[in-house]
Design a protein around this ligand. Sequence first.
Ligand code: ZN
Length: 478
Amino acid sequence: MKKMSLVLLLCLSPCVWGDGLPDLGDVSQAALTPLQERQIGQQSMLQIRASKQYLDDPEVNDYLNQLGYKLVENSPEPGLGFEFFAVNDYSINAFAMPGGFVGVNAGLLLTTKSESELASVLAHEISHVTQHHLARMIEGQQGDSLISMATIAIAILAARTNPQASEAAIVSAQARSIQKQLNYTRSYEEEADRIGLQLLRKSGFDTHAMPEFLERLQNSTRLLEGNAPNYMRTHPITSDRIAEIENRVQNDPYRLIPDSLSFQLVRTKLIAAQKTAPEAIAFFSEALGSQKYGNPIAQRYGLISALLRNNEIAHAAQELSILRKQAKDSPMARNNPMIETLAGQVIRAEKNDAATQAFYRTAVQNFPQHRALIYDYADLLLQDNQAEKAVKLLSDQVGIHPSDTALYDLQARAYEMQGKTLEQHQAQAYSYAWQGNLYAAMEQLEMAKQAGGSFYQLSTIESDLRELREMQDAQGKR
Ligand SMILES: [Zn+2]
């Protein structure tokens, strides 16, 4: 198996790709290059992961990426390499960072009433990125001084996520002064709305969803008095702005576009996550009982996962057989990887026998991209002492998702079982590095070095260590 090094994976602070390049850890007053924008975005991502704001659920994140990419395909920069991710925060916010990193709060996902509304928020954020709004604002205010990318990353995070929470993280006056000037201007908002609407239209969503969502936010905020969601602080919503969007969509036909089942299931997950297991059981049972509102497949999905959490396996299995019957009759649900993943969890909780293994082999074949399923199957293989199979399965996935820490954790377990100490600590190091814990990552790499290996392996570890030290220095400069 070909191993990638951290240098290639992260490529954060000084990524020296040729002679004569300036120190890329700093940004001069010249325009930001796409690479620098990407690096600033990466730095911000690491901060988000380190602060535990990152909602580490591959099903929620994969869903956001699927939806986001439907829009990106129709954007002026389809090749930019966007990454959409959920933020574990139930307040209403969504934000874009340079280089294509778009965060969506759990609270915003639950506030949207249709998939088109969620798409309208993503389309607006995508347009801030493709129009390079943040980069233009940073360029406009630097003056003569050099600013480290880490400083910019911190300032952007503070300006975009939760300003109260990140106040403490801003150690330098420089970051603070940049942060204050990063609120989008009216003309940037107008541009993001206009281009966002084009994306929505081209991608087949209901364009009326954009003004409807903003109007609802605006109305709900009137009641909050001074407690406006962060989203409204960073993307000021005025009646003028809404009127302008309404004007732009007035000739578009109203389209009733059914929400995907994944949209419903992801929302179900986020609702359940706010409740204890018994609360969630009561909530979804009641919703199913009343049969008045909502999607019964999503509600039963919520009930089954709550029953599992509460260790009521037999009841969960009972409900699962109902769900699978219902799913068979629904074209949307017949082939849904989230339902398959939940089914696997119930089957595994019941017993682990040859049939369980067979279920996973088939499911992984049917949904080779569904990470949640891969995690569970790899875990099952490791429980069964089939480390080699697990390594093969995980290595393929790491190639596709190089920043997935859960995959590295499973890899480390598999290598440990095989007695491959160098590989074990190296995988653990990558997991820590992507969690933003650079110190722990370096410790693991030192252990990997001590375990010994081929010349090639050891030189990869050396260059990873160098890269991590440089990243830590760059962060120290902020
Ligand atoms: Zn905006």
